[in-house]
Design a protein around this ligand. Structure first.
Ligand SMILES: Cc1ncc(COP(=O)(O)O)c(C=O)c1O
Length: 454
């Protein structure tokens, strides 16, 4: 009989201090040996001292008084926090006996980081896997997926063509040996981020400003990360949750469906697991600003220093952000201005991954623009970071606005065999709270079955 993989509960991912000390020690010592399955116990936002990996952005970079706190996803195994939803979906399926080790092949529809997470997790948990993704994403993504041993099934296009990956997955799923870790539609993604990311965000602001969260801003791909907002609102009911979109692909704001350059977000849909009830605002950020902003931070720390950023801090920022992080940071700055937040207020956002998968994107930028001399980068720095405006923010708090998003969801998901009754249940917060409560059931099952025969 196949065995259930030996991995953490939701509680242990949030609180690694609750892991058996011997196992935790082994996991921490095995970080360099990344394909050692004990690394499943390093799926957490916390470092070896049980503190959330985060950075409070220097005010000289943001130009606002509010504290912008960025949670750092780069330190998760596989280099991005998307490994968390991949693991959660697989372990839930496993303890439910729906995904059998050695029998089922795992499908991971993705634009990159989730696919990397799926390939990685399947390597550790001994499943074959196929990552289904567009053929025009950053080269570094495909390299990593192959390195982790997954097969690639490529559909045409870029980030905005992710619907083609869903259609392909829908077809492949007809094979009874295939099981899909469908990040856009399955609730373990919601559970992971509401519980693990949400509560980590709440801990991350302790001792900063007033110790509360005034705003959580995140650019949805699957909208899993946005679920952290549901938990943040439980702790801080005044918190505003903001979905950020590329200006070039403003689906949630006004049905826009253009091509854009921010890998991982702006997928031309309202995902099934997006709880639109708790999304208060949507704001648009330029894709080119996000790419250029990353270039400045990575290639030109001296320009940050000229603007007053501490040299050590400027250096420390170089490798911990990706393009979508810059989008999130620009969105956080925009919302600090829009919501008129002050020095006591905290905005939390997320760096899903780090620079390691964007060299090719910055090379491409260098080829696209005529000059990247310092005098150009100086101007970019001021225009992109210091002159963020409060345009293109839409208030989604009225039911009329939410209705538009519910309709978008129907448009996107009824075609994949979800019933209108199921979608209507999502109009009530009870649906989301009930789904969240399932964590208790799953944690109990994971503990009981860990490492044992199915
Ligand atoms: C780089 C990057 N940023 C942001 C996101 C969006 O995160 P989520 O899917 O949780 O909305 C993703 C998702 O894959 C990503 O890869």
């Amino acid at each position: 009989m196949p065995k259930v993989p030996f991995g953490p509960t939701y509680d242990e991912m949030l609180n690694p201090s609750h892991i058996d000390p011997e196992i935790r020690k082994k996991a921490l010592h095995s970080k360099e040996d990344e394909l050692n399955p004990i690394n499943l116990f390093n799926i957490t936002w916390k470092n070896e001292n049980n503190e959330v990996n985060k950075i409070v952005l220097p005010k000289e970079l943001t130009g606002v008084d509010a504290n912008i706190v960025v949670l750092l996803g780069k330190y998760f195994p596989s280099g991005s926090h998307k490994v968390g939803p991949a693991y959660s979906t697989l372990i839930e399926g496993c303890v439910d006996k729906e995904i059998i080790p050695e029998k089922h092949t795992i499908l991971g529809p993705s634009t990159g980081n989730f696919g990397i997470g799926v390939a990685y997790i399947c390597n550790l948990m001994k499943y074959d896997s196929i990552v289904i993704m567009p053929d025009n994403m950053s080269k570094e993504r495909y390299d990593r997926i192959k390195r982790y041993g997954a097969k690639l099934d490529l559909t045409p296009g870029t980030e905005s063509d992710v619907i083609l990956t869903l259609q392909r997955t829908y077809e492949l799923k007809k094979n009874p040996n295939y099981r899909s870790l469908a990040q856009f539609e399955l609730l373990p993604n919601y559970r992971f981020h509401r519980h693990v990311t949400g509560n980590s965000a709440i801990e991350a602001v302790k001792g900063i400003g007033n110790g509360r969260i005034a705003c959580f801003a995140s650019a949805p791909g699957s909208a899993g990360t946005l679920a952290a907002g549901d938990q943040i609102k439980q702790a801080f009911p005044e918190a505003r949750v903001v979905a950020l979109e590329p200006y070039e692909c403003s689906t949630l704001m006004n049905g826009g469906v253009g091509q854009h350059r921010i890998e991982g977000i702006g997928d031309k849909m309202c995902t099934l697991i997006h709880n639109v009830l708790t999304t208060d605002f949507v704001a648009l950020i330029s894709d080119e600003d996000s790419v250029r902003g990353l270039k400045i931070i990575h290639d030109a720390p001296h320009i940050l220093v000229e603007n007053g950023v501490d040299p050590k801090v400027a250096e420390s920022l170089r490798d911990i952000f990706g393009v979508s992080t810059i989008c999130n940071i620009l969105g956080a700055i925009k919302m600090a201005k829009y919501l008129k937040l002050g020095a006591n207020d905290n905005i939390v956002t997320v760096a899903t991954d780090g620079y390691d998968r964007y060299n090719s994107v910055i090379d491409n930028l260098n080829h696209r623009v005529l000059e990247t001399e310092d005098f150009v980068l100086r101007r970019w720095f001021k225009d992109i970071f210091l002159k963020v405006d409060t345009e293109h923010v839409d208030d989604l708090r009225s039911m009329a606005k939410k209705e538009r998003l519910f309709k978008q969801k129907e448009h996107d998901w009824l075609r994949f065999d979800y019933s209108i009754d199921y979608l209507n249940q999502m109009r009530d917060m009870k649906f989301w709270n009930d789904e969240y409560e399932l964590i208790k059931k799953y944690d109990k099952k994971i503990l009981e079955k860990r490492g044992k025969e199915l």
